[in-house]
Design a protein around this ligand. Structure first.
Ligand code: LMG
Ligand code: NDP
Ligand code: PMR
Length: 399
């Protein structure tokens, strides 16, 4: 049933704080749990598909470290369902880093068909081969999130493939910390927010109907967030800090002509634009939850997978940074995770029966046990989420 990459039309192939002294808040501040009483609810067994009742009991034992304001409605898959068809999961930016590691982890279970939404078809094909994914477990489809036309084309292609959509993972991102001048998407939005937020916003809105139609028992829409967008953490307090302000730049279209290229209307700063885009990602997840969770049963989630200091995300950073950042995170902050471990974490948010709660921002402690983390004030501001949603709708042509 799955359409393989080679059967796709060729045109898609080539385009290419406050620091509160409580343990709970310390947990959120450092991005990992400081308490060690939690049991890991992730083990390779889960990914290998041995999900029996015992395991579910263990998983249910995972307690939230911190709470969030959004209501939690647990729509777990029916107990004991054994003859589940393969799930179909779209992962954007699956050609490297976290996306690739997640694709690999899911493909290996034999329970998932991964649709890799990538801007560079050949790179994606090589990447899938290099990690040993077998052909029947993945399909590559062209997707350039820096072009809304490409996003629409991707959705068309996917729909024409006839595959149901069970899970969508918005993972791709660009980070331009050394850029002196802004660069732009095809529609003229500043590239970081345009790609990381607006491209994914259109994609997820368009694919929501496809997800509604799926008969899969545990449908999920996941948008990757980050600690650096959360100013209730140490990492989120390294300048420049995320701040969406009153959204005047976003409302103006981030084009640098009649509006600022920055969401808050300030001067261009690539590192800040990335962090702002992550705040938009986390706000969008919560707004999706508020608008659609009850109606659709889809679980909406975000996560901070840990500091994966070796990925391509830092490709634009200066060489000295790229050299020092991994040992710094490994030995000093201890926030480092390998691509493989981070991939398992995201795969868990895709498929683990214990992570069905909607409206949650997941993080992991040092023992790699998941917990519900607390978002910063701005990243959990419902009014701002609504505004970002409405302004974004206009910018991408949905309203
Ligand atoms: C902006 O700068 C950039 O301008 C922007 O481009 C973007 O990258 C943005 O957030 C991303 O950052 C902000 C940043 C610049 O400012 C600060 O962080 C202010 C503090 C500056 C402190 C610099 C000192 C560097 C040495 C720190 C050593 C660690 C101490 C902290 C932990 C305390 C533990 C007791 O700052 C920088 O860019 C600084 C460079 C940071 C690179 C990260 C790597 C640091 C490497 C430190 C050496 C570690 C060596 C590891 C070896 C371990 C062996 C055991
Ligand atoms: P990578 O650079 O390795 O992966 C990013 C992926 O996004 C690449 O596959 C890249 O494609 C793709 N991409 C970039 N632009 C576009 C575009 N216009 N259209 C389609 N795909 C695009 O970085 P990571 O794996 O680290 O990042 C993955 C996610 O994890 C991001 O959302 C990031 O914010 C998040 N994250 C990362 C952390 C880290 O420490 N690394 C920490 C917290 C969150 P290509 O291969 O063609 O370049
Ligand atoms: Mg940060 C617990 C401490 C911690 C964690 C978990 C991160 C994660 N960082 C921490 C601390 C520090 N960082 C400290 C003390 C410094 C000053 C030396 C520092 C610096 C720093 C820089 C310059 N860190 C960075 C940068 C980047 O360019 C990265 C960034 O901000 O990208 C947007 C980054 C990151 N630190 C992290 C994580 C996860 C990143 C990658 C950002 C992301 O993907 O969201």
């Amino acid at each position: 049933m799955a359409l393989q990459a080679s059967l796709l039309p060729p045109l898609h192939i080539h385009k290419e704080a406050k620091f509160n002294a409580s343990i709970k808040d310390a947990t959120a501040f450092f991005g990992v749990s400081l308490s060690d009483h939690l049991k890991s609810d992730f083990s390779p067994l889960v990914l290998k598909g041995k999900r029996d009742l015992n395991q579910r009991k263990i998983a249910n034992g995972v307690r939230a470290q911190t709470t969030i304001t959004t209501p939690a409605i647990n729509k777990a898959a029916p107990e004991g369902k054994k003859t589940l068809r393969k799930g179909n999961v779209i992962i954007t930016g699956a050609s490297s880093g976290l996306g690739l590691a997640t694709a690999k982890a899911l493909a290996e279970t034999g329970k998932w068909h991964v649709i890799m939404g990538c801007r560079d078809f050949l790179k994606a094909e090589r990447a899938a081969k290099s990690v040993g994914m077998s052909k029947e477990n993945y399909t590559i489809m062209h997707l350039d999130l820096a072009s809304l036309d490409s996003v629409r084309q991707f959705v068309d292609n996917f729909e024409r493939s006839g595959m149901p959509l069970d899970v969508l993972v918005c993972n791709a991102a660009v980070y331009l910390p050394t850029a002196k001048e802004p660069t732009f998407t095809a529609e003229g939005f500043e590239l970081s927010v345009g790609t990381n937020h607006l491209g994914h916003f259109l994609l997820s809105r368009l694919l929501l109907d496809d997800m509604k139609k799926s008969d899969y028992p545990s449908k999920r829409l996941i948008i990757v967030g980050s600690i650096t967008g959360n100013t209730n953490t140490l990492a989120g307090n390294i300048p420049p800090k995320a701040n969406l302000g009153d959204l005047r730049g976003l409302s103006g279209g981030l084009n640098g002509l009649n509006s600022s290229t920055m969401i808050d209307g300030g001067d261009f700063d690539g590192a800040k634009a990335y962090k702002d885009s992550k705040v938009c990602n986390m706000l969008t997840m919560q707004e999706f939850h508020r608008r659609y969770h009850e109606e659709t049963g889809i679980a909406f989630a975000s996560l901070y997978p840990g500091c994966i200091a070796t990925t391509g995300l830092f490709r634009e950073h200066i060489p000295l940074f790229r050299l020092l950042f991994p040992p710094f995170q490994k030995y000093i902050t201890k926030g480092f995770v390998s691509e493989e471990e981070a991939g398992k974490r995201l795969a868990q948010v895709v498929s683990d029966p214990s992570l069905t709660k909607s409206g949650v921002y997941w993080s992991w402690n040092k023992e790699s046990a998941s917990f519900e983390n607390k978002l910063s004030q701005e990243a959990s501001d419902a009014e701002k989420a609504r505004k970002v949603w409405e302004v974004s709708e206009k910018l991408v042509g949905l309203a």
